[in-house]
Design a protein. Sequence first.
Length: 298
Amino acid sequence: MHLSSRHIDAFLALAQQRSFTRAAAACHLSQPAFSALVRSLEEGLGLRLFDRTTRHVDLTPEGTHFLGSALRLRAEIDSALGAARDAAELRRGRVAIALLPSLAAGWLPGLLAGFRADHPQIELDIADVLSEPCIERVASGRADFALAAIRADTPSLQAEPFCSDGFHLVCRADHPLARRRPRGGLQVQDLAPWPFVHLARTSSVRQYLEAALHPHALNTLMEVEQLATVMGMVRAGLGISVVPTLTLFHFAHPDLVTRPLPLPALTRQIFLVRRRDRSLSVAARELYRRVMENRPRV
């Protein structure tokens, strides 16, 4: 049979009220409609659940046994409906996103603070990783969406433009390049003589930089993994570096100077990547909306 919540509610009302008249009123049904509902439940189960007399309605032994199951079913239905309402009204849920460390450290915290203030019960999972791990997390379902410097348009993934990012020279304030104001801006040949602190080859920053400067080579002093390390090395006077505009908050120090590097090919594109075959949850959809409405301005 097709057991509905109406059957469960009618059974529980009659088990409690022990009167068809009172139980029908509790269910907001006419007595004939209520009686038909109870009868269809008994016929569907092939069991008599109630003994009826002109004065009394009592549970049969089978009805007493069914009562425990009916109470559990009603509790599970209520729990499921409550969870669905909580999710729809953003009182419950989880959002997982992956994004580049530069975005995670500089742009994201302010946006998340507003989201968290409005929806404190939503669980957040933030992965601040490089572009390829960002894409892998979306592909494997561990992230609802990602912000990465890879246009991952595949049969299973879709990418939409999010923002673009320029690049800046960073050097000590007493470095010769800090004092130079060449007409038309700094050029590759201006950087070539100086020891250079590179980010690792796996970073999108390094890949964009090398592609834009090819076939020219920089005077590499060292390769490091973290922008904080770049800042420390440059501040110590060991070399210069080139970093994206979105990372300049790392270099806000009186010992350092940043200068735009307006090379035509040196622009980093950031994309929002998500699965084609999977809808976003209500919570993820709300964070996605805020992300798209509050893109970084560089």
